[in-house]
Design a protein around this ligand. Structure first.
Ligand SMILES: NC(=O)c1ccc[n+]([C@@H]2O[C@H](COP(=O)([O-])OP(=O)(O)OC[C@H]3O[C@@H](n4cnc5c(N)ncnc54)[C@H](OP(=O)(O)O)[C@@H]3O)[C@@H](O)[C@H]2O)c1
Length: 268
């Protein structure tokens, strides 16, 4: 009986084919959630689904969707409706960044970044929160970044997209208080995943090669999952990152721009 009840608790994880999303999916499976895994690459998600079935006995639905495209979110929502899956946890994790001069980076990639990091995250939250409110039970985990705490020259669109995620998530957290639904913004610092390779496609930022302390995806996911379960509004994994998040809003804007610009610029 317990298995049946547990298996009906569904968690949707976007960006589940690698990095932080993959680890969050594993943690949710360990807690007995059945999963809806979303990203573009099916192979790594199918492999993960098989592993999770074996290790934790939970089923997964693998959905290939380009969430930056106009069809991405509707594809996911239609599939959830068709399968009549009541979603208890939504993890909006899919996202990417690009380092380089604003005017030199390809326009379609920059706008695509907003489509994924901002529009798809908002649209999926808008689709799934009403059901959570109606059931008076739900958790949303939105993956922002330490970049959300300051503007970031040479990664201007990415930093701005993550500032949106943090602002939107904390506002919605307050708005939904008392309705059984929590929204948590997870704000990692630099974490070893496939993120850096994609972000450095046009320009290698110092951030990705410097002496910065890095986290691993599992640690970040664990901090995010704990915060989600506690219904916290914001979590910044790692002490040095927490210190930065605390310090940044207090520092003069000119200083923040200098530091972030230095880290994002090419070291060579
Ligand atoms: N790593 C860091 O240093 C760091 C720091 C702060 C915040 N973050 C944030 O953490 C989140 C996860 O990133 P990560 O570090 O785990 O990087 P990652 O390993 O590159 O994972 C990104 C995930 O997003 C998916 N994705 C990318 N474009 C997509 C699209 N158009 N449609 C659907 N899925 C898409 C990727 O899958 P497919 O390629 O298969 O589609 C992948 O599963 C991102 O929001 C990122 O901004 C990362």
């Amino acid at each position: 009986m317990d298995n049946v009840v547990r298996a009906t608790r569904y968690a949707v994880v976007t960006g589940a084919s690698s990095g932080i999303g993959r680890e969050l999916a594993s943690l949710l499976a360990r807690e007995g959630y059945a999963l809806v895994l979303v990203a573009r690459r099916t192979g790594p998600m199918q492999e993960l689904a098989d592993q999770l079935q074996q290790a934790h006995g939970v089923p997964s639905v693998v959905l290939s969707a380009d969430l930056a495209s106009p069809e991405g979110v509707p594809t996911v929502v239609d599939e959830l409706k068709k399968r009549q899956l009541g979603v208890e946890v939504l993890v909006n994790n899919a996202g990417f960044g690009l380092a380089g001069n604003f005017e030199a980076l390809p326009a379609e990639q920059q706008v695509g970044m907003l489509d994924l990091n901002v529009r798809a995250l908002t649209a999926l939250t808008r689709e799934l929160v009403p059901g959570m409110v109606a059931r008076r039970r739900g958790y949303v985990l939105n993956v922002a970044s330490l970049a959300a705490f300051t503007p970031g020259p040479f990664m201007s669109v990415y930093y701005a997209s993550k500032a949106y995620v943090l602002s939107f998530s904390t506002a919605l957290h307050a708005e939904l208080k008392g309705q059984g639904v929590t929204v948590t913004a997870l704000c990692p610092g630099y974490t070893e995943t496939e993120f850096a390779a994609r972000a450095a496609e046009h320009q290698k930022a110092r951030l990705f090669s410097g002496p910065m302390g890095t986290s691993n995806a599992r640690q970040v996911a664990e901090a995010g999952y704990r915060a989600l379960k506690r219904g916290k509004a914001v979590v910044v994994p790692g002490f040095p990152n927490r210190l930065s998040a605390w310090f940044m809003p207090l520092a003069p804007l000119a200083l923040r721009l200098r530091i972030a610009g230095y880290m994002n610029a090419s070291g060579s």
